[in-house]
Design a protein around this ligand. Structure first.
Ligand SMILES: [Zn+2]
Length: 273
């Protein structure tokens, strides 16, 4: 069983403020340690639940946040600069995906560190008129590979979003969001225990051949990004895009994955890891 774990930072146990997740933040080094510990809990759960291969992708910001020297050595880490495509090595040989440390979509009330892709300039991200967060975006890209998301961790709003979008998956709530920069945080140890248990259960459910929900793939995918500032929309409004209003620019793709560098098998790379 091969499990693919995408790790973001905002939903990690103990993290509650931008100072933990921005490189220049005064708590960033602590954020890195917490992120690595949550990731290790998910890796342990996956292996104990029956996985024999685990790939981890560091999906926060420009990547390069996880502490490789502290990571469970059984996992293969994809780190470094942003990847093309978004999820290298995610293909039909992968049995299931975990989204660890994720956050709710932009604008979710009471959600801790909510945003969609960039809190600096994007206000809303819609596909065919429906608002999406990063959980929905990544679940769609995985679905294009035939891979279901089976487990998520993050605040209570992220867990609610996951159940709404993906049905009966395993969720590990690491904190209760109170506002963008505040939360009731569980102790990291408690959060990691929940992540371990959820990851293990997800892998065990897969071993028992329990089917997980695969979202319908929007094709074509008309992606409308509403920017916070009109000049950002002006810059994005290049040839091939459609201006829906002063703040919103729409681009249509055959599939959503095209926007994020396509799918791994598109590259025809057969290298064995
Ligand atoms: Zn992030």
């Amino acid at each position: 069983m091969k499990i693919y774990i995408s790790v973001d930072m905002e939903g990690i146990s103990g993290i509650n403020h931008p100072d933990y997740v921005m490189r220049e933040g005064r708590l960033y080094a602590t954020g890195q340690r917490l992120m690595t510990a949550d990731t290790n809990a998910a890796i342990r759960g996956a292996f104990d639940g029956g996985a024999d291969e685990v790939i981890v992708v560091d999906a926060h910001g420009m990547s390069g946040n996880l502490l490789v020297e502290q990571l469970d050595p059984r996992a293969l880490l994809l780190a470094g600069e942003p990847h093309q495509p978004r999820f290298p090595f995610l293909d039909r040989t992968v049995d299931g995906m975990f989204l660890v440390g994720y956050h709710a979509m932009a604008g979710t009330q009471g959600a801790n560190l909510e945003h969609t892709m960039t809190s600096a300039s994007w206000h809303r991200f819609c596909i065919n008129g429906k608002p999406y967060g990063e959980l929905g975006i990544d679940a769609e890209i995985a679905a294009e590979c035939g891979v279901p998301v089976m487990m998520v961790s993050g605040d209570d709003k992220l867990c609610e979003e996951a159940c709404t979008w993906l049905g009966n998956i395993e969720t590990a709530m690491t904190k209760q969001g109170l506002g963008r920069q505040s939360a009731f945080c569980l102790s990291p140890e408690y959060g990691q225990n929940r992540i371990y248990a959820s990851a293990r259960r997800a892998a065990e459910r897969l071993t028992q051949r329990e089917p997980f929900f695969l979202p319908e793939i929007p094709s074509p995918a008309s992606v409308a990004i509403t920017y916070k500032m009109v000049p950002d929309a002006d810059r994005a409004n290049v040839f091939g895009t459609k201006r829906l209003d002063g703040y919103t620019v729409e681009t249509t793709y055959a599939h959503l994955s095209e926007m994020y560098g396509g799918l791994w098998q598109d590259y025809g790379i057969t290298k064995k890891i």
